[in-house]
Design a protein around this ligand. Structure first.
Ligand SMILES: Cc1cc2nc3c(=O)[nH]c(=O)nc-3n(C[C@H](O)[C@H](O)[C@H](O)COP(=O)(O)O)c2cc1C
Length: 202
């Protein structure tokens, strides 16, 4: 069984989402003998944003030499994703949504003909055979009915985008209110870590 572990926080060892995603992976490692883990750090090794040249290359245009390495990195990202049975993602909230580093990764894995296709019924996801677990960390509170609920574009976006490629039920483990104060932070992190070590075995 293969697990792909991705982090995207830019604050290294201070990161809450990194701490929680590592705890999820630790739990699954301990519960799954022989689990093969591939790790990708999108902050230390960022992918470039898509350009017109990327799209042209995808349509069959010969890429400039300078783009070839980047296209190979994109293929590696897609191959890792397609090969994974389980994906564990660290997703901090930056300005109400995911970090741009994580968006750049999503732009490499949401590809027609690979992870979705258009058919008679519209879009059809092709990556539904994966289990996806997402560690979210947010400075404030965005729960249903809260004043900021309409500003939540981490969980709502990721739920939609994974659903689009066929992953209908991603699991979210969230640490909320971590910037409200030290007490809130401690409680939120402890709760998320508890949820992390309780995820169902593979
Ligand atoms: C650049 C930046 C933007 C942020 N924007 C928001 C925000 O819009 N809403 C929020 O609730 N918290 C925001 N925060 C707080 C983070 O969501 C919080 O610190 C969280 O722990 C980030 O995850 P990380 O610790 O894994 O990096 C922001 C933090 C940073 C560094």
């Amino acid at each position: 069984m293969k697990l792909l572990h991705i982090d995207s926080s830019v604050v290294g060892s201070h990161s809450v989402s990194r701490q929680v995603s590592a705890a999820i992976v630790g739990r699954l490692r301990q519960a799954t003998p022989g689990l093969e883990v591939v790790y990708r750090d999108l902050a230390s090794t960022p992918l470039s944003h898509l350009s017109g040249a990327h799209l042209a290359a995808a349509q069959g245009a010969a890429p400039e030499a300078a783009l070839q390495q980047d296209l190979a990195a994109g293929r590696a990202v897609m191959d890792e994703f397609l090969a994974a049975d389980i994906v564990v993602l660290g997703a901090p909230m930056y300005n109400f949504t995911i970090p741009s580093q994580l968006k750049a990764w999503i732009d490499r894995i949401v590809v027609a003909g690979k992870t979705f296709k258009y058919g008679a019924q519209g879009a059809e996801g092709l990556a539904g055979n994966k289990r996806v677990i997402i560690a979210v960390s947010r400075g404030g509170f965005y729960g249903a009915g809260s004043p900021a609920a309409a500003g939540e574009y981490v969980e709502s976006y990721l739920r939609w985008v994974f659903g689009f490629i066929g992953v209908k039920n991603p699991k979210f483990i969230s640490a909320d209110g971590v910037q409200v104060g030290p007490e809130h932070r401690e409680k939120a992190v402890a709760g998320a870590l508890q949820a992390a070590i309780s995820v169902a075995a593979a």
